[in-house]
Design a protein around this ligand. Sequence first.
Ligand code: RIB
Length: 307
Amino acid sequence: MGKKIIVFGSINMDLVVSINDFPKPGETILGKHHQWFPGGKGANQAVAVFRTGGNVRMIGKIGDDHLGKIVINHLRGERMDLQGVKCIREEVTGLAIINVNSLGENNIIVSAGANQVWPETEAELNDLLKGYDMVVLQQEIPLRVVKSVLKIAKAQGVHTILNAAPASEDILPSLKYVDLLIVNEVEISVLSGMALADIPSITEAVIKLSGACSNIIVTLGKDGCLVFADNEFNGVPSYKVKVIDTTAAGDVFVGAVATRLSEGERILDAARWATAASALTVTKLGAQASIPHRNDIGKFILESGKG
Ligand code: RIB
């Protein structure tokens, strides 16, 4: 069993509507069908750590409603440590409205609900982190909490992984507490303040941010990812798969990287393995419903001839 990982983050219920094309402003379109799935970047990443073999505790909030009961029951089915998940009275559970087009691309609107309610003091956050080796964070909970956890974790010597999604420039002063930053193209564009068109410009953005954070991975969808670690750039190609839904591919990448790093793997090798995990994720509809287990990833890598 690897080191102990703690994930602070959002827990949502996702309403996924399958459509042909995204509607234009002012347009009403008919969807093909819709389905409910447990989601939330925090919960997805915690489940990804768990299913890929990591030792994980989830810290998050659900609302006092029927959606909260559904998501927590689903998470309980994973048998991971959920003692840090609290139900917030008189609040609704976070909701994500996700449109998935015929290419498997999505757009997502999140209504945070209980995910915004974090009354924990710095002393309480400090206590929550005690005994953990690694913390994983995203930005669907209050930025104040993300910033505090990063700072406290650094002071305690806990390894920090930040998935800066959704992106906000306000996190920039805290990047100095981040051991590994994982972002997609949109997020690194926001953080670097640069318009990005290609690998050379993304590389430049990484160099700009590397003054604050020395390990950065930029996920590039079907183009794999760009890894900057140990002062070296490496591209990791993706796998060719039939894309059904890209939702949670980034979350699975983050969770799988965390698991492998907790086992002592190098960042580049962890990113290669996580790329396979993400590729499997996009072949199924839904967030947590599509997260692969460790055995599936090993099998997929062998079958693809990259093992
Ligand atoms: O990253 C995918 C997730 O983003 C979805 O599950 C949705 O809940 C939003 O948080």
